[in-house]
Write a protein that binds this ligand. Structure first.
Ligand code: NAD
Ligand code: TDX
Length: 339
């Protein structure tokens, strides 16, 4: 493999992956990114220009996608509308990017017989009860809850159909919640870190008992790289690092690590249809492909992430006020129970 197309490579996880590929291989990277509110060319700053090229454009643009896919050896598809709260406000870009955009890439990969890896999420499996000993596996039935997770689930099913119907050389990975540098301040962990830096109390949805299974973005990158090199065609791999934490525990850890009283947060209106718990069993990836996470101490990874946001205010500051303004409007409305 000499050249890779990374869609969404100016977003959070995509940019971490581009940094990973440059640091760990000789492969050149073409990034295709629309630079929506969530994309930021600054996340690719400092990477060698002779190895990384940014093309600003839409994954749903069939002509552009075809021209880019034909010049590479493999595609890793990260581009998506990725935030559940936004999908409750306006689902339409989720359908366009996550479903139509994936369709365009699959058609181009099929036309040029290019290896394709699809980035997906554990949210396609729905949620688990807090006291359920079960975790998601590759065999868990799909049961998505939100417009975001349903469009991700639909895009996974398109990939499976292209493998079966057209012999596309594709793999899929479904990862749990990521944290680390370059994550947009709309997301839970960076929102609370930057709130504390701004002297605002962290905001916990509902009672904060909801559990997420946290993995550092760098471990997600190494897992995707492993699947791309050694994964079985047509196979799905779940990616997780045994990082289950309740939202309340995470907020308390952020406050403690930032020298604040651990109860200095505010409960706000809950997310409608809020998934209770996600948990990943990544046995297949570990036993079949020998992958292991590096960041096994969540507090150490969180502390490094806090340091990154402290040191990179010029990266997150331009998005902060607009993000909080949008949240303030939603959080002021009394909760309505979804049907
Ligand atoms: P992000 O919102 O930070 O980044 C998405 C990127 O895609 C942005 O750079 C944006 O500009 C770009 N993009 C959006 N629409 C586009 C379009 N139509 N054409 C081209 N580019 C477009 O998202 P993220 O958190 O980095 O997530 C990346 C991928 O990983 C997504 O597919 C998401 O479903 C998946 N995922 C995320 C997590 C998580 O915890 N964040 C966990 C598992 C899987
Ligand atoms: O201010 C907040 N307060 C709060 O309590 C925000 C923004 C979130 N939350 C809660 C909601 C969730 O239970 O924190 C948890 C994490 O929220 P998000 O960061 O919005 O992530 P989540 O909805 O779990 O989805 C994430 O993981 C799976 C990514 O955004 C998805 O792209 C990925 O597929």
């Amino acid at each position: 493999m000499r050249k890779l197309l990374v869609t969404g490579g100016a977003g959070f996880i995509g940019s971490n992956f581009v940094h990973f590929v440059v640091a760990n291989s000789d492969v050149d990277v073409v990034v295709l990114d629309k630079l929506t509110y969530a994309g930021n060319a600054a996340s690719l700053a400092g990477l060698p220009e002779d190895r990384v090229r940014l093309v600003v454009g839409d994954v749903a643009d069939a002509c552009l996608v075809d021209a880019l896919v034909r010049e590479v050896d493999a595609v890793v598809h990260y581009a998506a509308e990725s935030h559940n709260d936004n999908s409750l406000d306006d689902p339409s870009p989720f359908v366009e990017t996550n479903l139509v955009g994936t369709f365009r890439l699959l058609e181009a990969a099929r036309a040029h017989d290019v290896r394709y890896h699809h980035i997906s999420t554990d949210e396609v499996y729905g949620d688990l009860d807090l006291d359920d000993p079960a975790r998601f596996t590759e065999e868990t039935p799909y049961n998505p809850s939100s417009p975001y997770s349903s469009t991700k689930a639909g895009s996974d099913l398109l990939v499976r159909a292209w493998v079966r119907s057209f012999g596309l050389r594709a793999t899929i990975s479904n990862c749990s919640n990521n944290y680390g540098p370059y994550q947009h301040v709309e997301k839970f962990i960076p929102r609370q870190i930057t709130n504390v830096l701004d002297g605002i109390e962290p905001k916990l949805y509902g009672d904060g008992r909801n559990v997420r299974d946290w993995i550092h973005a760098d471990d997600h990158s190494s897992a995707v790289w492993t699947v791309l090199q050694h994964g079985r065609i047509g196979e799905t791999y779940l990616i997780g690092a045994d990082g289950e934490q309740s939202n309340k525990e995470v907020v308390e850890a952020i406050l403690r690590l930032m020298g604040q009283p651990s109860d200095a947060y505010e409960h706000v209106r809950d997310r409608p249809g809020h998934d209770l718990r996600y948990a990943i069993d990544s046995t297949r990836l570990r036993t079949e492909l020998g992958w292991r996470p590096r960041y096994t101490d969540f507090e150490a990874g969180l502390s490094a992430t806090i340091d990154w946001y402290r040191s990179n205010e010029e990266w997150w500051r331009p998005s902060k006020a607009a993000t909080e303004h949008k949240y303030a409007a939603v959080e002021a409305v009394p909760a309505v129970q979804p049907r």
